[in-house]
Ligand binder design. Structure first.
Ligand code: CP
Length: 307
């Protein structure tokens, strides 16, 4: 049995295989419609979610399985003080696989020590969001046909943004990937990501404070939300909340084949007028999330020998 707690739990070959399965699912949905008949996915969401939880649930249903779970800590016995370990120990008696989101970094790892079934980290605090990264990788592969030789602009809250941290970890493993880190100084990528991941892998990166100065260099622009819930004070949030707003004017110098991504939800950082630009791929990205989660559920259940 294996869990998915961080993107680097998967080898490059395993990621390639999972992407191949997702693409086969997209092209041959009927072939997969019953592979999880009789199986149950539990979604334990101690933090709000739309895409991750619902795409996990849609994924399991489209594989023929069923879903159970909760969408906020307040409607579970966590509200009575039950520990994550005990919750997971119980739920692994009721379900074949668990997707879990928690505000505390490392909570899914703690859960994995007590679980009798595979645990999938569906986001833990500001740490990691590996299934968003798999979603992003499927999107990059479908749009660019490769993971190599790409210049990727990451824009917004790079300090607390777990999707950004996970994507850097994943993309650093490919050849000649360059990152342009676009953020205010106060929301820059944490030092440990720079020293332990970017520097160690030899991945080239630059840090800038505006998207305009680098727009023409980018193959991918990955926008992120300034996350109100991660700030320690409302004043700090208000200071940064509209730091970046992508609009059609700013895209004038962008490449014709730029891919614009965003894990969503967005607030103000991408103007709705950009949605109709053919380079805007964030809604396709959200759909890709369902297909890669189908591939992930199938893979983890197969590794565990339960399908
Ligand atoms: N991208 C993402 O994690 O969205 P949700 O918070 O809606 O799940």
């Amino acid at each position: 049995m294996r869990h998915l707690l961080d993107t680097t739990d998967l080898s490059l070959q395993e990621i390639d295989d999972m992407i191949a399965v997702a693409i086969d699912i997209i092209n041959n949905k009927e072939k997969y419609a019953h592979i999880c008949d009789g199986k149950k996915l539990a979604t334990l969401f101690f933090e709000p979610s739309t895409r991750t939880r619902l795409s996990f649930e849609a994924a399991m249903m489209e594989l023929g399985g069923n879903v159970l779970g909760f969408s906020e800590a307040g409607s579970s016995s966590a509200a009575k003080g039950e520990s994550v370990e005990d919750t997971v120990r119980m739920v692994s008696c009721y379900a074949d696989i668990i997707a879990m989101r928690h505000p505390l970094e490392g909570a899914p790892r703690v859960a994995s020590f007590k679980s009798g079934v595979p645990i999938i980290n569906a986001g833990d605090g500001g740490h990691s969001h590996p299934t968003q990264t798999l979603t992003d990788l499927l999107t990059i592969y479908r749009e660019k046909g490769t993971f190599d030789n790409l210049t990727i602009g990451l824009c917004g809250d790079l300090k607390f943004g777990r999707t950004v941290h996970s994507l850097i970890k994943a993309m650093c493993r490919y050849n000649n990937v360059k990152f342009v880190l676009i953020s205010p100084k106060e929301l820059a990528v944490p030092d440990y990501i720079k020293t332990d991941i970017l520097d160690k892998s030899g991945c080239e990166y630059t840090e800038v404070e505006t998207m305009e100065e680098v727009m023409g260099d980018l193959d991918i622009l990955y926008m992120t939300r300034i996350q109100r819930e991660r700030f320690f004070s409302e004043d700090e949030y208000l200071k940064h909340k509209d730091a970046f707003i992508l609009d059609l004017d700013k895209l004038k110098t962008a490449k014709a084949d730029l891919t614009i991504m965003h894990p969503l939800p967005r607030v103000n950082e991408i103007s709705p007028e950009v949605d109709d630009d053919p380079r805007a791929k964030y809604f396709v990205q959200a759909l890709n999330g369902k297909y890669i989660r189908m591939a992930l559920i199938k893979t983890l259940l197969e590794w565990g020998g339960t399908i």
